[in-house]
Design a binder for this molecule. Sequence first.
Ligand code: SF4
Length: 306
Amino acid sequence: MEVIPIIPRGYCYGVVGAIQLVRRVAADPSYPRPIQVLGQIVHNRHVVEELDRLGVVTLDGPDRRQLLDQVRGGTVVFTAHGVSPAIREEAARRGLRVVDATCPDVERTHDLVRRLVAEGYEVLYVGKRHHPEPEGVIGEAPERVHLVESEADLEQLPPEVEKRLRSGPVAVTTQTTLSQWDTQRVIRAIQARYPGVEVYNEICRATQTRQEAAVEAAREADLVLVVGDRRSNNANRLVQVVREVAGKPAYLIDDLDELQPQWLRGARRVAVTAGSSTPSEITRRVIAWLKEQQPVPAEAGGGESR
Ligand code: SF4
C-alpha cells in the first residue's frame, strides 16, 4: 500500500515543552510530593501513562476547581491548556507548589483577553464547550467574555450582554486548536451581526500548518488516518477538515489496534497525520504497518486482521 506520511504532524512545541517540564519536575526531588497534574497534561493517554510510570498523578475530570479540591498538598501542575485566575489564586492561597505548563500560545490569548477587557471591550470567544482551554481564558473575566461555539449561540446571548455588544467596543478571539474553516464562518457571522468588531484569530501556527498539510495531502489520497486521542481537540479537527474541506474519508485512531481493515478496502494511497499531542512512535507504528499491506479491492470480503 502506498502511504503518504503528512508533514508537519504530531508534537508541537507547546506539547513538547509541557511534557519536558513535567519529566524534569518528576526527576527533581526538591519538588514536594505527590506531583499532581490538574487534568491531562496534554490530551493523549499514552503521554498520561508515561507520566504515571514516572510517579506523576493525573487528576482527571471536567471541573478543575473540583480537581484542585482533591489536592491535599505537594506539587500541582497546570496543563498546556492553561487555567483561570481563580484556579491560580486558590492554589496560591493553599500554599501549593505550582508548576505551570501552559503553552505560550495559550498564555498569549489570556494576555490579549485581559488587555481587551481592561480597555472596555466585550469579548466573544469562539471555542469548544467543556474544553479546559476556553474555561481558562473565559475565567479571566467571565462577565465580559462569552463563549460562542457556533452561529446559533449568537441567538442565545443574554439580553444584557447583547445590549453591551450593540453599544460598546467588541472583539472576537478564538481557541488555539479550532478548524480554521469553521472558525472563519463563525467570525463572518459575528462580523455581520456586530459591524466594527475587532478580530483576533488565535488559532496557533501548529494547528494551522497541520490542517493545511492534511487537506493538501488528502486531495492525493483515498483515505486519511489521524492518529490521536478522542479527547484531543486538534486531532478531531484534523478529521473534520479532511472530511469537510478535502471531501475525503478520514478516521481517528488512538493506536494501531483501532485501525479497522475494512476502511482500507479499495484504498491504494493512505495519508497519515497525527494530532499535536500524539507521540511519534505511535504514528510510526501505524505507518510501518500500512506499508506492509497489499491494497484490497473494494468488493473484497474479510480483510487482514492485526
Ligand atoms: S496545539 Fe498550539 S496552542 Fe496547543 S500546545 Fe500546541 S502550539 Fe500550543
